[in-house]
Design a protein around this ligand. Structure first.
Ligand SMILES: Cc1cc2nc3c(=O)[nH]c(=O)nc-3n(C[C@H](O)[C@H](O)[C@H](O)COP(=O)(O)O)c2cc1C
Length: 370
């Protein structure tokens, strides 16, 4: 961690953020090493952490730890063979759209270092479903991934909203054998109109068609925006129930700009992630946990930088977590640091497994789950 903070990050943050990101992914992709290769063994030794208390069985899958890679980092599945070695307990690929698309014009990715945040308006730049399918096929032939893989689905930029369901259905059909869970992403702020798909009349055909196609009962999740009013959230939770979704992801990036942001890029348009998102995302987790009586699995994401942040989200009601901006700021050692910190927290509270900590704040406050 110190090496990254004092040397890695200062060097990295002098480079263009998108260049740095692409270089890392392409390096991982080219270093297509066998699991027993010394470099992989070394990386694994440095960055992974195993503890029985962190194991969970969710949707019939084994999660070796609760910290996953958030969507958007590996949109094209270039790093599939590495995420477990880098310490993650699961990884979510995508957002993927049916056809390849370039995304928004550059620059479209900004570091807000003084705020420990990122603003992005990437606009689902990705190589399309068939490319991702090929990456998955290759990875499975070489070595079946040892952690659950989620796939995040989006709509193509040019697809009219009323036909959006066709995009989700097509991508799901092509990828359903490869993913362990699938995410309906209707909450990214950078594809014009996408967030309108959070309206009942547009979301219903998406969920209906996906569940009809979903004969193997793969877990389908909905990724939520932090900018939704309570009323809309309640409507969405009704649909989650009606269409038997397996869980929700809270949250995507926000278009809100807290008044205390300091970085010069704070007025760039796009989605804000990192520290300034943490409280709002946790608030949403609390709300969903209460509304669903703790019965719906929640993946908590937004501004996780430390074990304390992770604990806050777990005890608010998230059984799994994801991280993006925190990984960029704290470096790859942060996953292990979070995991060791979580085990310490469990011990402090006299708990023997992570699942006992999920929603703990609600039970401790004696709060009625309404
Ligand atoms: C550069 C960037 C690109 C992202 N792309 C996607 C995406 O394609 N699909 C998606 O669902 N979320 C995307 N996200 C949102 C993250 O998955 C996550 O929900 C959000 O950043 C909050 O987590 P964090 O504070 O740990 O970054 C992106 C985030 C960033 C910073």
């Amino acid at each position: 961690m110190a090496f990254y903070r004092y040397l890695g990050r200062p060097l990295l943050f002098r480079t263009d953020p998108e260049w740095a990101h692409q270089t890392l992914l392409h390096t991982l992709h080219r270093l297509n090493l066998h699991t027993d290769h010394w470099l992989k063994v070394w990386v694994r030794q440095q960055l992974t952490y195993h503890h029985l208390a962190l194991h969970q069985q969710i949707w019939g899958y084994h999660f070796p730890n609760p910290v996953g890679l958030a969507a958007g980092f590996d949109k094209d599945g270039l790093g599939i063979g590495w995420w477990a070695d880098l310490g993650f307990g699961f990884a979510e690929l995508g957002t993927v759209t049916p056809e390849p698309q370039p995304g928004q014009p550059r620059p479209r990715l900004f570091r807000l270092a003084a705020d420990q945040a990122i603003i992005n308006r990437m606009g689902f730049n990705n190589r399309g479903v068939l490319h991702l399918q090929e990456q998955l096929q290759r990875a499975f032939v070489r070595h079946k991934p040892t952690i659950p893989l989620g796939i995040n689905l989006g709509k193509g930029q040019a697809t009219p909203l009323e036909y959006a369901w066709k995009d989700y259905l097509y991508s799901f059909r092509q990828l359903k054998t490869w993913g362990d869970y699938f995410v309906v992403n209707v909450s990214s702020p950078n594809t014009p109109g996408l967030r309108e798909l959070q309206n009942r009349s547009l979301l219903i055909p998406i969920l209906e068609n996906l569940q009809q196609e979903n004969t193997d009962g793969k877990p389908l999740l909905l990724k939520l925006s932090p900018d939704l009013p309570e009323e809309t959230l309640l409507e969405l939770l009704d649909l989650v129930r009606a269409y038997r979704l397996a869980g929700v992801i809270a949250t995507n990036t926000t278009t809100a700009r807290p008044p205390d942001l300091r970085s010069r890029h704070r007025h760039e348009s796009g989605g804000l992630s990192g520290r300034p998102l943490a409280a709002r995302s946790t608030e949403l987790i609390h709300f969903i946990y209460r509304q669903t009586q703790g019965q719906l699995p929640i993946i908590g994401v937004g501004g996780i930088f430390s074990a304390a942040d992770a604990w806050e989200k777990i005890t608010a009601g998230a059984c799994l977590l994801q991280i993006y901006t925190g990984w960029v700021y704290q470096g790859p050692g942060v996953v292990r640091q979070i995991l060791t910190g979580l085990v310490e927290k469990l011990t402090e509270h006299g708990l023997s497994s992570l699942s006992q900590a999920v929603g703990l704040q609600h039970r401790q406050s004696g709060g009625e789950l309404t």
